[in-house]
Design a protein. Structure first.
Length: 142
């Protein structure tokens, strides 16, 4: 892989990894433990934060795709790159709309059952948290 593009791919993967860890695995669970944060307030904050995260992830995924495509990468870089971008697409196109509809109902005052879509989102975030550092290391190793 071309060295400058490998560096861009690695940096992008590690920045993205840090964002996923900070938001999905630290901020999201902790906000509901803060004093006086109700489910409605937590959902409202979460929607804003995850909308911003997903926008940043979309930009990072575009940078990653360009870096990987331009760099002539080997399979150990291409495979995790394709998987992580695919996971983001699943989250954005399939899971987030379901979660948004549910949170709309909760914010409107409805009492709705838990959603399995949330577990799918968490599984995607967990997979990204494993793939992104592997991708960064693979990009630096070529």
């Amino acid at each position: 892989m071309n060295t400058p593009w490998a560096a861009v791919a690695a940096a992008t993967a590690f920045v993205w990894f840090g964002m996923v860890l900070a938001i999905s695995f630290i901020e999201a669970p902790l906000k509901f433990r803060a004093p006086d944060v109700t489910l409605r307030i937590g959902l409202g904050i979460g929607r804003l934060v995850f909308r911003a995260l997903n926008r940043a992830e979309a930009v990072l995924s575009a940078v990653l795709v360009v870096a990987v495509a331009a760099g002539g990468p080997p399979a150990p870089v291409v495979v995790p790159a394709v998987l992580v971008v695919g996971l983001l697409l699943v989250q954005l196109l399939a899971v987030r709309p379901v979660l948004n509809r549910r949170s709309d109902r909760v914010l409107a005052g409805e009492d709705v059952p838990r959603s399995r879509a949330h577990l799918v989102y968490i599984a995607c975030e967990s997979a990204k948290a494993l793939l992104l550092p592997a991708l960064g290391v693979a990009a630096l190793s070529v």
